[in-house]
Design a protein around this ligand. Structure first.
Ligand code: GLN
Length: 304
């Protein structure tokens, strides 16, 4: 398969599109990013790296970090974790409060904000320095110690986290947050502020494509059985109230973030990431979804 040629075709095709989406502005610092950024990186298990555009520029990974936090939580906790956070698609926006009240403080899944806040709470109960451990985990799976948070994004979101603060307080009132609410929120915002390039994200996501192990060596990060579960949650819950649409159009497990990034995997084949900041009304990268749809169409390969 000539992947580089396929990626070049995708780039040409999407560059001519009229984008109607908007760059996220509810975290003010995110709105400073140029809407024209566009990068894609494909990392194949058998044949290595292919890319185009701004694939080496770091951006705010935002909710894509929820996959790493869940992975860490599944490494240190047993199935008890899933008594505090469910694994059902929410069909609601990522920061919705409505379902949480009805369902007594148990979030639908770990990939909406409420779920990630519970996951963060469990990591805080386990680690003395959860922020350090989180970065260490990202460094391990990318084999790259230079990855860090974007301080401006972190401070900007901290000042504007009223909705996430309501989620964490509501869950505390139901007894589903054990640690200090402000510290849980702070740790969650920290994870979202990690900055990575498409290439670095594709490298990180290789563990989900490669049965839980790093590609360059034998090290198993997480068991194949747990990876199967994480991929299943990405498939059913990775795109909030657009998870069905992403399955329908792209057909890969994946996770998006309001920084405009999407990371997806084809088990046993590749990890792929796209970055384009304008978001569709559901909060997913408009061109990112299109690039991935073209990838699975032009290669004729998806998990279905
Ligand atoms: N930090 C963002 C928030 O909590 C993450 C949301 C997202 O990427 N969908 O609102």
């Amino acid at each position: 398969m000539d992947y580089q040629n396929i990626l070049n075709n995708i780039e040409q095709e999407v560059l001519s599109k009229n984008v109607t989406g908007k760059v996220a502005a509810y975290i003010p610092e995110l709105s400073c990013i140029s809407a024209d950024k566009l990068g894609m990186h494909l990392y194949c298990i058998n044949s290595g790296h292919y890319q185009f555009g701004d694939s080496n520029e770091r951006f705010s990974i935002q909710s894509i970090s929820k996959v790493f936090a869940l992975t860490m939580a599944m490494l240190v906790h047993t199935d008890d974790l899933f008594k505090r956070v469910d694994v059902e698609p929410s069909g609601d926006p990522f920061n919705s409060l409505i379902q949480l009240e009805r369902e007594q403080g148990i979030p639908r899944n770990p990939f909406i904000n409420a779920g990630a806040l519970v996951v963060s709470d469990t990591l805080m109960s386990h680690f003395e320095n959860p922020k350090e451990e989180f970065l260490k985990f990202v460094h391990t799976i990318t084999q790259n110690d230079s990855i860090d948070i974007n301080e401006e994004v972190y401070l900007s979101e901290k000042k504007h986290s009223h909705r996430n603060a309501s989620l964490v307080h509501l869950m505390k009132s139901f007894g589903n947050i054990k640690n200090d609410v402000d510290q849980v929120l702070d740790f969650y915002v920290y994870q979202c502020a990690v900055a990575m390039s498409c290439k670095e994200l594709a490298t990180a996501f290789m563990i989900y494509a490669n049965g839980g192990s790093l590609l360059n060596g034998e090290s198993e990060i997480i068991t194949p059985s747990k990876v199967k579960r994480i991929n299943a949650i990405m498939q059913t819950c990775g795109f909030y109230d657009e998870a069905g649409e992403f399955s329908f159009r792209v057909g890969l497990p994946g996770k998006s973030g309001v920084g405009g990034g999407i990371a997806a995997i084809h088990p046993g084949q590749y990890a792929v990431t796209v970055w384009s900041p304008p978001l569709n009304p559901k909060g997913n990268s408009e061109l990112g979804m299109l690039c991935l749809e073209r990838l699975t169409t032009l290669t004729g390969l998806s998990i279905f």
